[in-house]
Design a protein around this ligand. Structure first.
Ligand code: ZN
Ligand code: ZN
Length: 354
């Protein structure tokens, strides 16, 4: 190893750190620095932390304290293998003290530093909480159903989707994804929403899962300081037919799978897939529901046909085997009677019961 002369003290040295010998380098070396007093701004209601000009969700005060310290701690740029140990103690609800130990290596040499700081907690109301408490909303989602009243179960299903969507948006940082008010009426449900963006996501999520359509339109909601205030109304229409409904379209009987802009389902005649446009479903009528399925005894099985005992008339009837029909297991098959005709329940609906 070659030996050089330290430009600062003139001693012989084999290692140079930042151009000077080890002794000179560590003489004035500071591994870590931390202000003696730090401030942490949190929301008194939801616990969010205000940092870099915006509010972000947090779990508890302690994690805010830890993050505030981490953000304020500056460590020498030459340090490697850094380990930080923070030990916060709550003194009052408004004040924490913390001991901070930093262990690292500088060019292989172990170095450490012990620091302490005081964290003052400022409690305010974040923009989300102040808007929520003030009843702020940017839009209304009106959940209705086409040509019928939505059922309690459907509205519960909608609310489950609404809450999941809001959680997902909040996780992504949209703090205005919230519901200020929920008003139930005879026709359905009105949701007052914190942001137009969250309203749109909610409507999309509902139509994807349950079906139906939605449209949005601005409406005048009054005046403030001489300015007109607009709010967006999302008109959500749950589908006219829901999964499991059996409808008649022309002379076809269809089990509804999903109804959005188009209707998809299964043709009861042969279990083939069915798809119809909005116009084609205008004349459709509900004629039954797969929950009315009953089991029928199979008398004999041919290659393409089954002879079954009609559970309503107790007469034997021949029915065509539907597409994808699997052999009869215990001598019975689920059937459904629509307008005097017996149909075998399509195989996909056996496991997919509503
Ligand atoms: Zn030196
Ligand atoms: Zn808050």
């Amino acid at each position: 190893m070659t030996s050089t002369i330290c430009p600062k003290c003139g001693n012989n040295t084999s290692i140079l750190l930042s151009g000077i010998c080890k002794e000179c380098f560590f003489e004035n070396f500071v591994l870590a620095q931390l202000p003696q007093v730090l401030q942490a701004k949190i929301c008194a209601t939801c616990g969010a932390r205000f940092t870099r000009g915006r509010w972000t969700d947090e779990y508890d005060v302690e994690s805010v304290v830890l993050k505030t310290i981490e953000d304020s701690l500056s460590i020498h740029e030459a340090a490697e293998d850094i380990e930080i140990c923070i030990n916060p103690r709550q003194l009052t609800p408004h004040m924490y003290k913390a001991e901070v130990e930093v262990v690292a290596r500088i060019q292989g040499e172990p170095v450490s530093s012990e620091l302490s700081t005081e964290i003052r907690i400022l409690r305010e109301s974040c923009e989300m909480c102040s808007r929520m408490s003030g009843g702020y909303f940017e839009g209304i989602i009106q959940i209705r159903a086409a040509e019928r009243i939505p059922s309690e179960d459907e509205l519960d299903a909608c609310m489950r989707i609404v809450n999941l969507t809001i959680d997902r948006m909040r996780d992504k940082g949209d703090r205005l994804a919230f519901i200020t008010d929920t008003i139930k009426s005879k026709e359905g449900l009105d949701l007052y929403i914190g942001s137009v963006n969250s309203g749109r996501h909610i409507c999309k999520a509902i139509t994807e899962e349950i079906g139906g359509t939605f449209s949005e339109s601005p409406s005048l909601f009054g005046q403030k300081d001489g300015k007109e205030i607009y709010r967006i109304t999302f008109s959500m229409r749950l589908p006219r037919f829901t999964p499991g409904d059996i409808i008649a379209i022309g002379n076809r009987k269809i089990v509804v799978k999903h109804m959005g802009k188009k209707l998809t389902g299964t043709n009861l005649m042969d279990s083939s897939r069915f798809i119809a446009t909005e116009e084609e479903t205008v004349q459709a009528k509900q004629v039954g529901h797969i929950r009315d399925t009953v089991d029928a005894v199979v008398v004999s099985e041919e290659e393409n046909e089954l002879m079954i005992l009609d559970p309503f008339t107790f007469r034997t009837v021949n029915v065509k085997k539907p597409i994808g029909f699997s052999p009869v297991e215990d001598g019975e098959i689920p059937v459904i009677r629509i307008e005097e005709t017996l149909f075998i329940l399509p195989p996909e609906w056996r496991t997919n019961k509503i």
